[in-house]
Write a protein that binds this ligand. Structure first.
Ligand SMILES: [Zn+2]
Length: 255
């Protein structure tokens, strides 16, 4: 059984820590900061053997150099030479074994061009998707086109419904406030919003989500829905799913 624990970093990042059957050997995903990771490893007497990296942004990679020096883990990440310290460069269609579990690599450009996601099939399946898919939202388009991001999200949405979605930021409440505007008539989303508000009052993570839930509540995965298209039409083009996605993404940037 793989457990996945959030290590909070900066103001709203999560560095996910993976541990198989209480083994002392663990992995982390996107260690942007080194202090919270070292503190956790030392407190729990764990040894870092593997690091997964989803994209080059500093809040996902800032801890790599020091972790490399201290623990010499396998650091697996995108084929982007800008990210130093990666020892295994992977892309679309590659697979890697982490703590005994097989992870498939998916190229998911949009937020950045080098962005990849790690997916482990199983019960349940696990998805580490960095800044591509969030609970109730998606990443900003810093480098890619709306079409690239739309394709990336469409592929993630086809993963099994019970796939647990480990996104890299606690953006859920802001995302769901936007979702209320973009997709007003959605009782499942309203219920989930209330649950997430309670979780945040208790300082708990609202993640992981699941692919099934995101398909119900995330407006960026609901751009084929007539009502979402209608709402988007007041903000811009919405005659196709891609146009609706493009309009929602631009609207959210200024929301
Ligand atoms: Zn990013």
């Amino acid at each position: 059984m793989m457990s996945v624990i959030p290590i909070p970093a900066f103001s709203d990042n999560y560095i996910w820590l993976l541990q198989q059957d209480n083994s002392a050997e663990v992995a982390v995903v996107d260690p942007g900061d080194v202090r919270p990771v070292i503190d956790y490893l030392e407190r729990e007497e764990l040894h870092l053997t593997t690091v997964l990296v989803t994209h080059h942004h500093h809040d996902h990679t800032g801890g790599l150099a020091e972790l490399a020096q201290r623990y010499s883990p396998r650091i697996i990440g995108p084929e982007n030479p800008q990210i130093k310290d990666i020892v295994e460069r992977v892309g679309e269609g590659d697979a890697c074994r982490v703590l005994g579990r097989r992870f498939e690599v998916m190229a998911v450009p949009g937020h950045t061009l080098d962005h990849i996601a790690f997916f482990a099939a199983g019960t349940p399946s696990l998805l580490f998707c960095g800044d591509t898919l969030f609970c109730g939202g998606c990443g900003r388009l810093f480098e890619g086109t709306p079409e690239q991001m739309y394709q990336s999200l469409t592929r993630l949405a086809t993963l099994p419904e019970d796939t647990m979605v480990f996104a890299a930021h606690e953006y859920t409440l802001a995302n769901l406030r936007f979702a209320q505007a973009a997709d007003p008539d959605n009782p499942a989303r309203d219920r989930h919003f209330q649950e997430c508000q309670r979780a945040r009052e208790l300082n708990r993570a609202t993640l992981p989500s699941t692919i099934g839930r995101e398909r119900q509540i995330n407006p960026f995965l609901r751009v084929t829905d007539k009502r979402v298209q209608e709402t988007a039409s007041a903000q811009g083009q919405s005659d196709t799913p891609l146009a609706t996605f493009t309009t929602l993404r631009a609207w959210k940037d200024n929301f």
